[in-house]
Design a protein around this ligand. Structure first.
Ligand SMILES: Cc1cc2nc3c(=O)[nH]c(=O)nc-3n(C[C@H](O)[C@H](O)[C@H](O)COP(=O)(O)OP(=O)(O)OC[C@H]3O[C@@H](n4cnc5c(N)ncnc54)[C@H](O)[C@@H]3O)c2cc1C
Length: 346
């Protein structure tokens, strides 16, 4: 840990180590915020043009589709406190919805006491605004993390080497993308490579007319689909049906390299079967492939950390495939760093 004295003063100010966080999903943004709040100089790098990762929302005309994460639930007290604070800020609401199960068009309404939360107006609402809090570089795919001769880190992006040096690197991507970025630590890289990420094909569907189903979301059985939900029933969205369909991990794997135009037609047909209507043409029909949707064998460790290298990894794959676990993973690594480097008296 480094300290310096202000000119003419005797008190010592701790100089916090600089941190690069790669990936701006729930885990990366949570760690970035927690460390920045404690005075760490944090830089966040994201390959996409927006933050959110798998909590993405996509606007198509009047419709807003949450095409990845659908909702989240709360078990942990720290997450509950954060969710309450997001609710007070209007960024999160409870999703009051009618739940059902569908089996080849047979609909059974479910009595379901689970409290499900959604971001407002989109799933990623709580993660936006991070660019105002920490230095955030979007559209920056990090391809390599390199050790410097003095024991620091530099980053190489798809556009070339980046100029700054960091003392700590935290990889907050999905497991498959993390393994090569963690190559300096064979142990961490090996743990990331041991996690298998499952794919998920999604289709986004809107009709000219309302289907007026008796439910807002349904678990689907005996179908290529496992889940269908009308985003129009979520709070803060336009009251217009916007259906998101998720295919099962097995079907998605079997059709991984299929033409998206064919996939969306197949999933639309399964949807019509699941809601018990004849094939109808939608006004909008899109397909989205999540190559790394969910870890099949998450590590359950919370986060990974190599103390000698000051290199770590976070994400749902370190814990469990849920938003809450991604949040807790980001918080856990921040707690760990803060405990290792206790705040100096100023
Ligand atoms: C279809 C689907 C449905 C889901 N449904 C639910 C649900 O209902 N409830 C629930 O709790 N969870 C659900 N989840 C899981 C939930 O979305 C995840 O657990 C959570 O969002 C993971 O957050 P993360 O930060 O670990 O990873 P991510 O959200 O994947 O974030 C990783 C980020 O890293 C970026 N990145 C990757 N590689 C690089 C690189 N080389 N350089 C820079 N940036 C990079 C990515 O673009 C991404 O933004 C669902 C996920 C999917 C895909």
């Amino acid at each position: 840990m480094k300290f310096r004295a202000h000119p003419g003063e005797t008190t010592m100010i701790e100089i916090r180590p600089s941190v690069a966080i790669l990936g701006a999903g729930m885990a990366g943004v949570t760690a970035a915020r927690a460390l920045a709040e404690r005075g760490y100089p944090v830089s966040l790098f994201e390959k996409n043009g927006c933050v959110g990762g798998r909590m993405a929302s996509r606007r198509e005309g009047e419709c807003l589709f949450d095409h990845g994460c659908q909702f989240f639930t709360v078990r942990n007290e720290r997450f509950r406190n954060r969710v309450e604070s997001w609710r007070e800020q209007g960024l999160v609401s409870v999703w009051e919805h009618r739940m059902a199960a569908s089996d080849r068009g047979q609909i059974t309404l479910l009595q379901d006491d689970a409290v499900r939360y959604v971001g407002v107006p989109g799933m990623d609402a709580m993660l936006r605004g991070i660019a105002n809090e920490v230095h955030t570089q979007l559209d920056t795919l990090i391809t390599r993390v390199e050790r410097t001769p003095d024991g620091g880190w530099t980053l190489v992006s798809a556009q070339g080497p980046l100029p700054d040096e960091y003392e700590i690197v935290i990889v907050a991507t999905s497991a498959e993308q993390a393994a090569p970025l963690l190559a300096s630590s064979p142990l961490l890289s090996g743990r990331a490579a041991s996690v298998r990420m499952q794919a998920c094909w999604a289709a986004l569907v809107a009709f000219e007319f309302e289907l007026e189903t008796a439910f807002d979301a349904a678990f689907v059985r005996n179908s290529p689909l496992v889940w269908i939900a009308n985003g129009g029933s979520k709070p803060g969205r336009a009251e217009r049906e916007a259906w998101v369909l998720h295919a099962s991990p097995i079907w998605s794997r079997e059709h991984l390299e299929e033409d998206p135009d064919r996939v969306k037609e197949l999933l639309l047909h399964s949807f019509c079967e699941a809601v018990g209507i004849g094939d109808v043409r939608p006004a909008r029909l899109l397909a989205h492939r999540w190559r790394s949707a969910a870890p099949a064998n998450a590590l359950g460790t919370g986060f990974l950390w190599d103390d000698e290298l000051a290199l770590g990894a976070i994400g749902d794959w370190c814990s469990n495939p849920r938003v809450e676990n991604a949040f807790l993973s980001g918080l856990a690594i921040a707690d760990h760093l803060l405990a290792q480097r206790p705040r100096a008296a100023l």
